[in-house]
Design a protein around this ligand. Structure first.
Ligand code: DQA
Length: 170
């Protein structure tokens, strides 16, 4: 279902009758999901994950937009462009998880519910993957559940958006 948005709604990231826009960000090498180390990351492609997120989002009343880049600067630019235009965010920064202060600083400006996702269980892997620059910034984290982790993250973000709205309206 395509949500029609007003100009004011567009600015806030909310849509009349809808829950608003949720942005999904994918970091480097995730464009190769399906082909890339499938024993670690599974056989599902990124296009399939994004399609499922759009469908589940529409069922929940949200418009889900996805963006993948292999470049840290492009991810920072996309986060900056989303300021004031989204209600929630899901991010798998991939390798930038372990290194990027720039992505952390950009996310810190958003002020919306955020969930970090990793397909693999990063705590079962090399020690350098155990540190995340955004772990303490995000509201929640889902690791090791493969592609399904994104759907769980979307439901969690939607739940937090609604909880926030009902606490603001009461
Ligand atoms: C990953 C884990 C990272 O350590 C790795 O660099 C990735 C993918 C994951 O989804 O499991 O590219 O974020």
């Amino acid at each position: 279902m395509k949500l029609k948005e007003s100009t004011a709604g567009e600015k806030r990231g909310t849509a009349p009758g809808g829950g608003g826009r949720i942005l999904v960000l994918h970091g480097p090498n995730l464009n190769l999901l399906g082909e890339r180390e499938p024993e670690l990351y599974g056989h599902t492609t990124l296009a399939h994950i994004d399609q499922e997120l759009r469908e589940v989002g529409a069922e929940l009343g949200y418009s889900v937009e996805s963006f993948q880049s292999n470049s840290e600067g492009a991810l920072v630019d996309r986060i900056q462009a989303a300021r004031g235009r989204l209600v929630g965010l899901i991010i798998n920064p991939a390798a930038f998880t372990h290194t990027s202060i720039a992505i952390r600083d950009a996310l810190a400006m958003l002020g919306v519910p955020m969930v970090e996702v990793h397909l693999s269980n990063i705590y079962r892997r090399e020690p350098f993957r155990h540190h995340s620059t955004i772990a303490d910034l995000v509201d929640g984290r889902i690791v090791g559940l493969g592609a399904h982790g994104y759907v769980l993250a979307l439901r969690a973000v939607a739940h937090m958006v609604e909880a926030r709205r009902s606490s603001q309206s009461s």
